[in-house]
Design a protein around this ligand. Sequence first.
Ligand code: COI
Length: 354
Amino acid sequence: PALQAISESAVQSHEADEKYGDAMNWDELEFGVIPTDYMYIMKCPNGDNFSQGHLAPYGKIELSPFSGILNYGQGVLEGLKAIRTKDGHVQLFRPEENALRMKMSAERLCMPSPSTHQFLDALKQTVLANKRWVPPEGKGALYIRPLLIGSGPVLGLGPAPEYTFLIFATPVGNYHKRGSTMNLYIENEVRRATPGGTGGVKSITNYSPVFEVVTKARAKGFTDVLFLDAATGKNIEEVSSCNIFFVKDNVILTPRTSGTVLPGVTRKSIIEIARDLNYLVEERDVPLEDVLAADEVFCTGTAVEVTAVASITHQDKRIEYRTGEEIVFHKLRVVLKGIQTGVIEDKMGWTMLI
Ligand code: COI
């Protein structure tokens, strides 16, 4: 209750000052870091149980140079958005899914994780305390980053003796700067995930290994990179930052999540929406032939939301896809966005009002 009082008084005083963030130009939001007011911190000092967490002013954190995260990459992350609804409220989308996925990721990296209750309570406090940074409806979202790190010092290879759970947030616009569609490049040599590895969980270590190929692809004008499976090099897995779907006639195809593909919350929601609309959805291996044959392609993720793919380039071949208002991608996107912004009734119980 004391913490609730802190966050609520913070919100009230901000809202009295100004309805939204100070002098923000919401029309120019990018996907970058804008410091907000508060972050949430909770420690697990004994490697077992998390103690009571608290809000603190957003700022730097202190870490041992020997910490498990800095030396051995023992850390997992999550991403979700607080969205302003049409009538001005703020809501989260399926946050328990993030809590459960963080638990699964943490287990893979031999880390304790907050309970679902602790995770949701921390999220709520963080969003309330930063409410003035949730952009107006249609202008973007408050991107929330839960992070769990091995913060204790460790030298011999093994789990850290102490863990820190943090939640911080920043207002964001579109993930990709240029336009509303993506042009993807299929990477032939570098693999994102290997069987038995960590591709199926949200380990911090999954991300920087793709920076080199993504940077090179962007320099050539591509939006992002599509990775093939490591075992055969024949099947599509996922894009650096999101999941991918292919549509052929009325069938929707997406790579199955059996350890090398991240089980995205948006991915799962789109599959459920598509099945509800009577589309046949297949989760299976997606060979390159299906990429050539597809009528339309789209990506899903918290950051990218649901974005159409205009082209995929493999070696010297560029395949172009339908994009536009009348296609399957658009129908699914309208339903998802509608639920997230309160325009469509949430019959699934997916949203959590803050
Ligand atoms: C997200 O979509 O939230 C992610 O975590 C992807 C990240 C590359 C921004």
